[in-house]
Write a protein that binds this ligand. Sequence first.
Ligand code: CUA
Length: 149
Amino acid sequence: MFIMMPLWHIYGKQNLSNEAYRTTPQAYLAKAQAMVDQYTVRTETAANLPVVRPPPGSDVYLVARLWQWWPLLELEQGQSYRLHISSMDWQHGFSLQPVNINAQILPGYEMVLTVTPDTADSQTIICNEFCGLGHHNMTGKIYIVGGGQ
Ligand code: CUA
């Protein structure tokens, strides 16, 4: 229980009884692309990945694919978001660190978690389901910024 406490503290009243909906990779990717087109604030130079800052309270679409979590996200501390996740190809394991929230991600299913970052520390997404050659490099990022920045 000692280990669990920071998790619940950081994510407050988050209810991990997540929702899941049927979807298709094509339909899901279209929603993610629309969000990226509308809310990209910059790109990361190394991999030219978009960093997307959707409005507080909105639906956020994260794509899992070999071997990438796309796009990078930037969320506001203390605000809640509906984080959707689906896979384009294969089973992946969404694992958000250091808060240690985990979910199995499958193609054809759209998972929805409500997230409310309580600290300003960036969070890293890793894949904890073996998915082949690039598995160990399949990392993503959620930047957390203070309100009003
Ligand atoms: Cu994706 Cu391991």
